[in-house]
Ligand binder design. Structure first.
Ligand SMILES: [Zn+2]
Length: 156
């Protein structure tokens, strides 16, 4: 396989492909990056159709170039905060993968990450445990046009 030397940033490529949405996705990644110090300064972020149709975001970790985040293009109609929520969720998957941890929603590592992140992202702790009723960290009643961070009164 021929090694490819990048001639542009992933952000620049995303702006070329998806305009403001591409810029926003990468800027969201940058805003939340301090929560995930092991993640690279950029990851490939695709805006398009996710593999399972109903997913708003997806992180593929078996890609040969490392994790790649996909945000469903129709998810942008729900507003910037929905995109930010999804970005944090997908960055959690990527972070777990790159730190050698199990990235599935029902893994002990996933729940530990959510307990670590919730005070900063939500502004309060949530005591999620594996085996509890909650499958993911999505909050019931979370309005897509209102950030969890704004409701909690803080922002990372
Ligand atoms: Zn997920």
């Amino acid at each position: 396989m021929t090694e490819v030397t990048p001639t542009t940033s992933y952000r620049d490529a995303a702006v070329t492909l998806w305009g403001d949405a591409g810029a926003y996705a990468h800027d969201a990644y940058q805003r939340w990056l301090p929560l995930f110090p092991e993640l690279p300064s950029e990851l490939p972020i695709v805006i398009g159709i996710t593999a399972y149709g109903h997913c708003v975001g997806l992180t593929r970790s078996a890609w040969e170039h490392g994790p790649r985040i996909t945000i469903a293009s129709n998810h942008f109609k729900h507003g910037r905060y929905a995109v930010d929520d999804t970005m944090v969720h997908e960055m959690t998957h990527a972070w777990l993968y790159l730190t050698g941890q199990e990235g599935k929603h029902d893994s002990e590592a996933w729940y530990a990450a959510i307990r670590r992140l919730s005070p900063v992202v939500l502004g309060h702790e949530i005591d999620v445990r594996r085996g509890s009723q909650r499958r993911s960290v999505r909050l019931q009643g979370c309005r897509r046009d209102q950030p969890r961070t704004q409701r909690a009164g803080s922002r990372a």
